[in-house]
Ligand binder design. Structure first.
Ligand code: ZN
Length: 431
């Protein structure tokens, strides 16, 4: 008989009162937290004070989540420029440097302050929701050098749950396997591709992945997790793998629960989905840029533009958590094109193509015809089919469903779409 895992990994919450709050109460809670951080940041972060002053706002003008729309979004590029102008933190820090515990650096370069007592909740909520429990022995294979993720965020979050951390860091695959085996480690933190590398190494070393290793839970981030890779790894290793999403500047912005139902927004952040051109909030179900606000007093970011695109849903999740969820990350804002007033992005085009297995390759072309936007979905088929007109109508319907736009579908000869072509080719010129 297979050994039973003595821990209950499926029920419970890390912070039940926060995670199961009724939506109306959650909004009140977030509004109250928002007022607090706005007051604090205005007093303690010169960058934030300058931002509010620049648009003639006072902290009292920001009372609720909807009021955030009044504040200009800070993009990553703005942050790099402001840190260069006003080193080291660009005035975004909320405490003096002498009160920090550590200082981190991310590519950009961007410098991040680290507090004495780690306060962020999101990553730990994600680990718990994904099945991590006190007593788990976990290898943390993210990089511990310079960047804040492994040491500051992941290590501290594992500690908060009560897990034992082995800070293995990046690389040394054979040693990782030996550590997993020696300690019968139950948890993995790292990228999905590195878990695959470790798995392949263990097989190469002649180990039985389920008997010699004892992995039960995986917390992956920093890379896309294709479902095919997830199920392959879960099956081979007999473990549960859940993904999270966030940034080094602001922390966790979404985590999957066991329902695999999108990514819950943690309770210590406000996530808005906004129109990338106007910065106005969009309703659930609409695609836009993820803009985040944290209540972290050490590094109080208000309206940080991630440049990532997603959709929020507020439909209830069977896990019992009531927070809204990011359905998935759909791509980058800079890949977005606006057609007849609607945003079109490569993720949507992929979604259309994935509904029709007959499609080998495709490209969306946007042009102007008689002062109007025109979209053409050019498709190469894997092989000739009996009723091309019927398929054309079906693809046109998928385009309407996914992109909310009408588009012509054009079949083009096989082999005419070059490798690495832009998925959306905007040929419009504006004079
Ligand atoms: Zn859930």
């Amino acid at each position: 008989m297979p050994k039973q895992d003595p821990m209950d990994r499926t029920s419970g919450f890390l912070k039940k009162n926060l995670e199961t709050m009724p939506p109306k109460k959650r909004l009140e809670y977030l509004n109250q937290k928002l007022r607090g951080i706005i007051q604090y940041a205005y007093k303690n972060s010169s960058a934030f004070k300058n931002k509010l002053d620049s648009v003639g706002l006072k902290p009292r003008d920001i009372q609720k989540v909807k009021d955030l729309e009044k504040i200009p979004i800070t993009k990553k590029a703005d942050l790099v420029a402001l840190q260069k102008k006003n080193p080291p933190f660009g005035g975004f820090e909320g405490i003096p440097i002498s009160e920090m515990r550590r200082i981190y650096a991310s590519p950009g370069p961007i410098y991040e302050p680290g507090e004495m007592e780690y306060v962020e909740l999101g990553w730990a909520q994600g680990m718990y929701a994904g099945g991590f429990r006190p007593g788990d022995i976990v290898i943390n294979t993210f990089s511990y050098h310079m960047v804040p993720f492994a040491l500051h965020m992941v290590d501290n979050s594992l500690y908060r749950i009560g897990c034992v951390v082995i800070p293995t860091g990046v690389g040394n695959t054979e040693q990782q396997v030996n550590v997993l085996k020696t300690f019968r480690a139950t948890g993995f933190c790292g990228t999905p591709s590195f878990l695959l590398t470790i798995t392949e190494k263990a097989e190469e070393m002649g180990l039985d992945l389920k008997k010699d290793l004892n992995l039960k839970v995986g917390f992956v981030a920093a890379e896309m997790l294709p479902e095919s890779l997830r199920s392959k790894l879960e099956e081979k290793l007999g473990m549960t793998i859940r993904q999270t999403y966030g940034t080094a500047d602001i922390g966790c912005l979404g985590y999957e629960c066991l329902m695999k139902n999108g990514m819950h927004v943690p309770d210590d952040k406000i996530v808005e989905i906004v129109d990338p051109e106007t910065g106005k909030q969009l309703e659930p179900g609409k695609t836009g840029e993820i803009v985040a606000t944290t209540f972290n007093k050490i590094y109080p970011f208000i309206r940080f533009g991630t440049g990532d695109l997603s959709v929020l849903t507020e439909t209830p999740c069977p896990c019992g958590r009531t927070s809204p969820r990011l359905i998935k990350i759909l791509g980058r804002v800079d890949q977005v094109t606006k057609v007849r007033g609607l945003f079109v992005h490569p993720g949507q085009a992929d979604e259309v193509a994935s509904r029709h297995p007959q499609i080998a390759r495709y490209q969306v072309v946007v042009m102007r015809k008689e002062e109007k936007d025109e979209m053409i979905f050019r498709v190469e088929l894997k092989e000739e089919i009996a009723e091309p007109e019927k398929l054309k109508v079906e693809i046109e319907k998928s385009i309407r469903d996914v992109m909310k736009l009408r588009s012509e579908v054009e079949f083009i000869p096989k082999g005419t779409t070059p490798e690495g072509i832009k998925k959306i080719d905007d040929q419009r010129t504006w004079e």
